[in-house]
Design a protein around this ligand. Structure first.
Ligand SMILES: [Zn+2]
Length: 294
């Protein structure tokens, strides 16, 4: 259920922030000291005094939500609806009555705070890539209009405004990962598969030649289907999980009307987070979302 109470009461929002932020105990954001005492309040936020460096701070200090004239409950609503429903930032501008620019900056800050996914592959693993048309989205300081890779067909690269995004589906753990790259090369693929739990990993791919060197390597058992030959499934050998996950990722990017290639990573981290909270009830989902960024 939608955690509506947190979005209408600033005090509830502040309590949740306090709970999530100090989940491992209160410490000073400046000197990391742990000898802190409660020291009045700042608006609805608890204020503290650090006995080591003698400075004060509050629940918001040093977080992505600090120094904002906009109420915390509105930021909570913004990040929640963004992750849960993939609300466009333009739409949020209307819903929470905060200017697009302000929302954009704060949401970008939130996205940058999201951790990179840890690939701890169990295997067998499906790996595949898809390519996103992503140029430089128009920014005011770049006087010229958008440049987007609209002409490259098939596989592209970051430089050609059509960066690859790798999709890994770990059948052993059930986890899925989406990782953008500059180019789809053998070395990039090896890097993606480097963190594995077993010595030898079974990898399912399509016929793309960048995966070929895996066959020579004892660390991998590569099996593949050649799509060009109309072969899509051969028993366990297929990359269908990757393909359906890729189509979800494409849909995730689509409301944002062309994501700048420089921002592909944070946008896809948000997609990853969305999957993590997908089945969670509203309150728990909001907590997880905040934990990831705080
Ligand atoms: Zn301190």
């Amino acid at each position: 259920m939608f955690p509506i109470k947190t979005f209408v009461s600033e005090r509830r929002a502040a309590n949740l922030l306090e709970q999530v932020r100090w989940r491992d105990g209160v410490y000073c954001p400046r000197c990391r000291g742990e000898s802190v005492i409660r020291y009045g309040s700042y608006r609805v936020f608890q204020r503290y005094l650090c006995k080591d460096c003698d400075r004060t701070f509050n629940d918001q200090t040093g977080t992505i939500f600090e120094h904002s004239a906009v109420a915390l409950r509105k930021w909570f609503l913004a990040v929640y609806t963004y992750i849960r429903f993939n609300t466009s930032l333009r739409q949020l501008d209307v819903e929470i009555d905060v200017s697009y620019k302000t929302i954009y900056r704060r949401v970008q800050r939130f996205l940058r705070a999201l951790d990179a996914p840890q690939l701890h592959l169990k295997g067998p693993v499906e790996i595949d890539e898809f390519y996103v048309k992503a140029g430089l989205k128009g920014r005011e300081r770049d006087c010229w209009s958008r440049s987007r890779g609209l002409s490259t067909r098939g596989r592209g690269t970051f430089a050609e405004d059509k960066p690859p995004v790798f999709v890994l589906a770990d059948r052993g753990s059930g986890e899925r990962y989406v990782v953008p790259a500059k180019t789809a090369t053998e070395s990039r693929i090896r890097l993606l598969l480097a963190d594995r739990q077993q010595e030898s990993l079974t990898v399912y791919t399509d016929g793309f030649r960048a995966y070929e060197p895996l066959e020579e390597d004892d660390a991998f058992t590569r099996e593949y289907v050649v799509h060009g030959d109309g072969e899509y499934v051969d028993g366990d050998v297929h990359v269908n999980t990757c393909e359906s996950h890729a189509s979800l990722a494409r849909r995730w990017l689509s409301p944002h009307r062309g994501v700048s290639k420089d921002r592909l990573t944070p946008y896809l981290r948000a997609f990853q987070l969305r999957r993590e909270v997908f089945r969670k009830p509203g309150k728990e989902a909001l907590k997880t979302i905040l934990e990831t960024a705080l």
